[in-house]
Design a binder for this molecule. Sequence first.
Ligand SMILES: [Cu+2]
Length: 205
Amino acid sequence: MPIEIFYTVVPLVLVLGLFAFTARDQTILETQYDDPDVSIVAIGKQWAWDFQYNGDDQDGSDAVWTMGVQAQPAPNGDIDQASLPTLVLPVDKTVKIELRSRDVIHSFWVIDFLYKKDMIPGRDNQWSFIPTREGTYAGKCAELCGEYHSAMLFNVEVVSEEEYEDYLDTLRAAGQTGDITQYDRNSNLPGTGGNTADVVGTEEG
Ligand SMILES: [Cu+2]
């Protein structure tokens, strides 16, 4: 009898303990900012990433964006870091990222942020956080999504607010403005992903 009670109570305490900690942390991690300083849409696609930095307008007309290509080999055989899609974020600001997919299920994973979340076609996910340390952080797709899944890489650059604004200005100057969430699958070939003309060519309906 004492043994029976022992191996009923001990697992019960373990399971309830794990549940309590999970529920507590998950509630904190999953709380979304209603009015973030920075509102971003990250879109997964076979096999790269598009990033849209929303402005104030509801229709997205004052948004700026980049459209990425999958990882390219550098001359020495390594990954060409310079051509990877890059998400630029200002340090110490509240960030809310809307996670979308253009085709199949992907997963948005920034390794050093210790968090990842699926991008599911037709079901938008959100992730709110505050980047607190400047630097470059590696990200990748964490959901097997097809032939070049392993080339679905990106970098996150956390920079000062001035550098962030300068970066948005360079996108604006390059004419990369407007809402890209409405487009269907984009060409992922090098040299075509960020080209406005190609984007217009793949517009739906
Ligand atoms: Cu993927």
